[in-house]
Design a protein around this ligand. Structure first.
Ligand code: BEZ
Length: 202
């Protein structure tokens, strides 16, 4: 399998973490891509018409796109336990949705502030995006005890979202306001799959 990847992307990281958790990482070759909304890649577009990463080209030549689909595929192939089938499934998927939404907002701010020319940047829009992940932090602080020591696609996605905020917005200082979430994050961060995939620029 071939993964179009960028080590800064939290959505790519979800796929890498899942691959490690399911012991499939040695079956994936990584094709690095420096991609922004204004610098598309013809190579990627040939395999993923949406021009987005992560995109996983399977051995039969077909491509899976969207981190949620790719992660579920890898979990299935590796007989993993990241997507529970029992009654905890919906809370797991809900946490994944919250974390992915935080990343959507945080990545959108990154594009707005790093890629868009400064004279075209829209401060209210940036603040509204940041408010999305800030409101989500409040929810997760209240649920930190329930998150507990579970390891699944929901809790790993939350750790990845928090790491992306640290990576791009170190001045957020979210730990000051969310002590339970901070303690949880510190514990889960020592997990191998997370420690091996700390975000970095390409
Ligand atoms: C980033 O540099 O923050 C980034 C790169 C690729 C996808 C998403 C985010």
């Amino acid at each position: 399998m071939k993964l179009f990847y960028n080590p800064a992307s939290p959505f790519v990281r979800k796929v890498l973490v899942t691959a490690i958790e399911c012991q499939l990482d040695n079956k994936i070759s990584k094709q690095p891509l420096a991609l922004t909304p204004v610098s598309p890649s013809d190579t990627l577009n040939a395999d993923n018409p949406l021009g987005k990463i992560p995109a996983l080209v399977l051995d039969d030549g077909s491509t899976l796109m969207d981190s949620r689909v790719i992660c579920e595929y890898l979990n299935d192939q590796g007989r993993g336990s990241l997507f529970p089938a029992d009654s905890t499934r919906w809370q797991t998927l809900r946490w994944q949705s919250i974390a992915d939404g935080m990343c959507d907002a945080a990545v959108a701010v990154r594009y707005e502030t790093f890629v868009r020319p400064q004279e075209h940047q829209w401060e209210q829009w940036i603040n509204n995006q940041k408010d999305k992940y800030r409101r989500a932090l409040v929810v997760l602080e209240n649920e930190a005890a329930e998150i507990g020591n579970k390891i699944d696609i929901g809790t790993l996605s939350i750790a990845i979202a928090l790491d992306y905020i640290d990576f791009r917005y170190a001045d957020e200082s979210w730990r000051d306001n969310f002590p339970a979430l901070s303690a949880w994050h510190q514990t889960i961060s020592s997990r191998d799959s997370l420690a091996q995939t700390i975000p970095k620029d390409l």
